[in-house]
Design a protein around this ligand. Structure first.
Ligand SMILES: Cc1ncc(COP(=O)(O)O)c(C=O)c1O
Length: 508
């Protein structure tokens, strides 16, 4: 065997630190330019065949220089970003990040801290962020909580606690056999589908997620919820959890959370609120009342990466009863035992509060961004987005060829091009034709890089859906969206009329 002294030991650190440092500076400069110039570029660019080819290569076996790899990134990856950083990105519900958030992520990655366990500053940073979150949403200091990759994981984490809390004895050891019978949970028909996935993951099955019908404003019907619970009890089932929506994904509807809290308390059900983005307006005085019931939830999820505009990914779940939270996930093992001193001392490990053991330092960007901007700035930006949604709503309502398809309760606007206007499909083309027309308008808005709204179906009607969780959007962007939608709609209907005319005259 070779003597240690003679062995050439390898490392992944650079052989030439100076050139890596230079490359790092170049990357920071490039990304700052990229972010600063985002408005000048299209809202979306379809990935080119060449780029897709470059992203289907065999496993690299031999090294490339860091500069070569970076060039590949610049050529094949960066130009085809999803672009949720763009001022006219309004798809699904996504935030746009910030330059300082990017730098914070760089620092977190440089530290490369694993927040599973241990006595080190990063875990105290996450605890600080959780304490701030409790303060923001009116949860007691004693509450539990954990940062997650996003709203879906936050919701599922809460459901695990809710299920275990319902019939604590033995479920961790014996699984669902420990339960007295079939559990059932409830939420409006507009509830995000990650809740259904949650019902599947916790083993009660998505058939036992009861989709409670909604009213004309897409809010849950508490009277029907009560009826469904009564029927399930009569059938020998076990209602255990009610989910309230603070901001539904389709339209931003806020359920009557007080009514749900009252039913949950009467029925001894866990009350979870999915506030992925819709909990955030609680920062504003005018929402303090309508969102006061957040304080009544047993658990609340929300995302920092949506309407707090932070860089992906970071969500959060707060759980009022920290003991129940811990009981659901703690699993003592020798190699993770806490010590009185040394690296293994420190606060109760986060691994006792969630599924993950290894977890990154996502708390750093939240901590740095909240300090950099202050919560009042975030409140103003949320108000700005609300005003923008209201402005867009007015533009649409006042345009004869556009139609609002849902009321605007928060920051989501659903509309369609409907030449002739009005709500009566008999006034113009039928819904099927309108659905096709509006889908094509959306495709052209996206493919020409004008803007990227998304879509949904509301009562069978295809809606162009604009969700404004964007700190870069300006009113002029919304003017442009409206003008472009009408122009494309008119062009398409003219072409369709022209084709029909030609067919008639050629006898086809
Ligand atoms: C209401 C609601 N809940 C949950 C989610 C899922 O959140 P995430 O994408 O962070 O997992 C979303 C996503 O848009 C949402 O709008």
């Amino acid at each position: 065997m070779e003597k240690n002294a003679q062995k050439r030991e390898e490392t992944l650190d650079p052989a030439d630190w100076d050139s890596m440092r230079r490359l790092g500076h170049r990357m920071v400069d490039d990304m700052m330019d990229y972010l600063q110039g985002v408005r000048e570029r299209p809202a979306w660019v379809q990935p080119s065949e060449q780029a897709l080819g470059a992203l289907r290569q065999p496993l690299p076996r031999t090294p490339h220089t860091a500069e070569e790899v970076y060039d590949d990134f610049l050529t094949h990856v960066l130009p085809f970003n999803k672009n949720n950083i763009h001022p006219r990105f309004w798809s699904w519900v996504e935030g746009g990040g910030t330059p300082f958030g990017m730098l914070a992520d760089m620092l977190a990655s440089g530290m490369n801290a694993n927040l599973a366990i241990g006595n080190h500053a990063p875990v105290y940073v996450e605890r600080q962020v959780l304490d701030w979150s409790k303060e923001l949403f009116g949860f007691p200091e004693t509450a539990g909580g954990i940062l997650t990759s996003g709203g879906s994981m936050a919701n599922i984490t809460a459901l695990v606690v809710a299920r275990n809390q319902f019939y604590n004895a033995g479920i961790k050891e014996r699984g669902l056999h420990a339960l007295p019978g079939q559990l059932v949970m409830y939420g409006s028909a507009e509830t995000h589908n990650c809740m259904l996935k949650g019902a599947e993951v916790i083993g009660i099955g998505s058939d036992h997620f009861r989709k409670v019908p909604v009213d004309g404003q897409y809010r849950v019907r508490p009277d029907l919820l009560q009826l469904m619970i009564d029927e399930d009890r009569k059938a020998g089932l076990y209602p255990f959890c009610i989910v309230g929506n603070a901001g539904t994904v389709n339209t931003g509807a806020i359920d009557d959370l007080d009514a749900l809290a009252a039913i949950a308390s009467r029925e001894k059900c866990w009350f979870h609120i999915d506030g992925a983005f819709g909990a955030i307006p609680r920062l504003l005085p005018r929402f303090r009342e309508s969102l006061k019931a957040l304080e009544k939830a047993d658990s609340l999820s929300f995302d920092f990466h949506k309407w707090l505009y932070m860089n992906y990914e970071v969500g959060c779940v707060l759980i009022r009863d920290a003991v129940a939270h811990r009981a659901a996930f703690s699993s003592p093992v020798n190699y993770l035992a806490a010590h009185q001193r040394g690296l293994s001392a420190g606060p109760d490990p986060f691994s006792n509060y969630g599924m993950e053991l290894s977890r990154g330092f996502k708390a750093l960007k939240v901590w740095m961004l909240l300090k950099e901007q202050g919560i009042e700035k975030y409140a103003r930006l949320v108000q700005q987005n609300l005003d923008q949604a209201a402005y867009l709503g007015e533009l649409i309502a006042n345009h004869p060829d556009l139609e609002l398809l849902a009321g605007i309760s928060l920051n989501i606007v659903c509309f369609r091009f409907h030449p002739g206007g009005g709500f009566n499909p008999g006034d113009g083309p039928d819904d099927k034709a309108l659905n096709e027309l509006n889908k094509e308008i959306l495709m052209q808005l996206q493919e020409t890089g004008i803007a990227t709204p998304s879509y949904t179906l509301l009562n069978g009607r295809y809606a162009i859906r604009v969700a404004i969780t964007n700190h870069r959007t300006r009113q002029e962007d919304l003017d442009l969206l409206v003008a472009a939608s009408v122009r494309i709609g008119n062009e398409l209907t003219k072409t369709a009329d022209h084709d029909q005319h030609n067919r008639q005259h050629s006898g086809v």
